[in-house]
Design a protein around this ligand. Structure first.
Ligand code: AMP
Ligand code: MG
Length: 384
């Protein structure tokens, strides 16, 4: 009897154990499904350290097709549509793709963007950029073909913009604390020293050896104004390579349209109002694009307010201070690498000088929101 009782008890115990394992398994599967669908963000959203996109998930340019932001969206239920949002390159990136295999293509596109982040971020100690920065004032450092191409493009943009765009801006970004997450107005002596280290001409590029060298110790490259654009182009290439004909990538204000909307009409992109009460408030015309990029640089992405003054993350290398000639600059261009660096350059130059640098660039146009909210369009800005 005792044994029987014991056995019965043991059986009940086994059944309980099996039920528990099944329950835990079901919970794990459900959790994973929620994460993949974006309902549960992973990695988890980081707390905002300054106002802006790093913590709030808002974007520089909001897309009327993308729903105005990069907030995680679940699969819409349409079997041909897949929408996902992930935090990478210090911003929320959302990709919407249509057609067979859309899900796998989108996940591969995110992987590609992560690869570029690992290569170009100065906050990843093993990246090409970090290695060049660590060797500032010392030896040339060999970098990947892609990093080399980005550095060459950056130098072209510096020359085109008369130094308004300068990827050696790292020391100034650091002096203002935007790389540490606790931005503040720097001590004038600290800022003067940092500013003296910014000079794209002191970045030596060897196209044969594919090396880069910074001439003086303390100099540092910061690809923050260009790398996301390139990553978004690469994401588009991955999607296209996997047969996706209709997709929209929104990488923190770097929007790339792949093809048209599924019904054949162009994608509709709304440009974020820099002083709107919500990230989905737009300003100016709706931009209609297919196979093109629309990229916005704005003073609302990362900023802090002190004594009623807005200090933000895009610097005028000539002053070492946040550029104050525009609230935002939007570029339409055939690819988002060009659009990204040009939007930063035009932002620094402002509505009068900025659009001038675009003359002669095929298929490139701009809309600048000036300091009082007034709009300036370069010739050829297509919108209605
Ligand atoms: P974006 O939002 O594309 O305009 O890029 C802004 C980022 O570019 C900043 O967070 C910095 O990392 C970097 N940056 C700031 N000022 C400049 C500048 N004058 N030239 C090039 N990059 C800059
Ligand atoms: Mg940029």
């Amino acid at each position: 009897m005792k044994w029987e009782y014991g056995r019965r008890k043991k059986r009940t115990g086994n059944r309980f154990l099996v039920l528990l394992i099944l329950l835990l398994g079901a919970l794990a599967v459900a959790g994973y499904a929620l994460m993949r669908s974006g309902v549960l963000p992973w990695p988890p959203k980081v707390a905002a350290t300054a106002h802006g996109d790093a913590g709030s998930g808002t974007v520089a340019g909001s897309s009327t097709d993308a729903g105005g932001g990069t907030v995680a969206e679940a699969d819409t239920g349409d079997p041909g549509e897949y929408v996902d949002s992930q935090f990478l390159m210090d911003t929320y990136v959302s990709i919407k793709a249509f057609g067979q295999g859309a899900r796998d293509a989108v996940l591969a596109a995110f992987d590609e963007m992560r690869r570029i982040e690992a290569m170009t971020s100065r906050f990843v100690p093993t990246s090409d950029v970090s290695r060049v920065n660590q060797a500032a004032g010392l030896d040339p450092v060999q970098v990947s073909d892609e990093t080399f191409m980005l550095l060459e493009k950056a130098r072209e943009c510096s020359e085109l913009s008369g130094g308004a765009f300068d990827v050696t801006v790292g020391p100034v970004v650091d002096a203002w604390g935007f790389s540490t997450g606790s931005p503040r107005v720097p001590d004038p002596a600290v800022l003067a020293k940092a500013q003296s280290l910014v000079d794209f001409r002191a970045m030596e590029l060897d196209p044969v050896q594919k090396t880069a060298r910074l001439a003086a110790p303390g100099m540092s490259i910061d690809l923050g104004g260009i790398a996301k654009g390139y990553a978004a182009d690469r994401a588009a290439a991955i999607l296209r390579g996997r047969g996706v004909k209709h997709a929209l990538i929104d990488a923190g204000g770097n929007i790339v349209a792949v093809g048209t909307r599924p019904d054949g009409s162009p994608w509709h992109i709304g440009i974020r109002d820099p002083r709107g009460s919500s990230p989905t408030d737009t300003i100016g015309p709706v931009v209609k694009v297919e196979d093109e990029a629309v990229v916005t640089s704005g003073d609302y992405e990362r900023f802090f307010i002190e004594d009623g003054h807005r200090y933000h993350h895009i610097f005028d290398p000539k002053t070492g201070r946040p550029a104050d000639r525009a609230e935002s600059a939007t570029i339409i261009a055939p690819n988002s690498l060009d659009a990204d660096m040009l939007s930063t350059a035009v932002f620094v130059l402002g509505p009068v000088e900025g659009p001038k640098i675009l003359a002669g660039l095929d298929g490139v146009s701009a809309m600048v929101v000036g300091p009082d909210g007034q709009l300036t369009f370069s010739p050829g800005f297509r919108a209605n």
